[in-house]
Ligand binder design. Structure first.
Ligand code: FES
Ligand code: FES
Length: 166
């Protein structure tokens, strides 16, 4: 029997018939739902390009068995902006030139949104760098990314906070 997966993706409930019960969440998002903003880099948990939020926590979707997250709320890079209004993390990445290649930037941004929501790094650059260390960037935009995360942290703290995870 073909298992059915129920996910709420960027606020929209979806029912997905899974031909392959071993499908990863990354493949379901890209190939079944058509949300190709989440990238497949290494496909083995080493680069962070596939980072999404699962129930508000950041996770490498290439390592996540889709069926084991039945009923979960998923946020992808496509779910961050509100119409023309960018999420504070997206805006900060642009302002600080952290918005680089299209391949790893979505994962970097999703990881930053998750890190800020965790509240562990605060405004400490070292802890931001450590918290983002699972996301690789070959073009060395790390300095801009760290600045962007710090600025977004300040902005979210000063605002209502309602945009922290979605
Ligand atoms: S594609 Fe998932 S960590 Fe690299
Ligand atoms: S953002 Fe993609 S290599 Fe740096």
């Amino acid at each position: 029997m073909t298992p059915t997966l129920n996910l709420t993706i960027n606020g929209v409930p979806q029912q997905i018939a899974l031909d392959d019960p071993r499908a990863t969440l990354l493949d379901v998002l890209r190939e079944r739902i058509g949300l190709t903003g989440t990238k497949k880099g290494c496909d083995r948990g080493q680069c962070g390009a596939c980072t999404v939020l699962i129930d508000g926590r950041r996770m490498n979707s290439c390592l996540a068995l889709a069926l084991s997250h039945d009923g979960a709320e998923i946020t992808t890079i496509e779910g961050l902006a509100r119409g023309e209004t960018l999420h504070p993390v997206q805006a900060a990445f642009i302002a600080h030139d952290g918005f680089q290649c299209g391949y790893c930037t979505p994962g970097q941004i999703m990881s930053a949104v998750g890190l800020i929501a965790e509240g562990e790094a605060g405004l400490d650059p070292e802890r931001v760098r450590e918290g983002m260390s699972g996301n690789l960037c070959r073009c060395a935009a790390y300095a801009g990314i760290t600045e962007a995360v710090l600025e977004a942290t300040r902005e979210i703290a000063a605002g209502t906070g309602e945009r922290e995870t979605a």
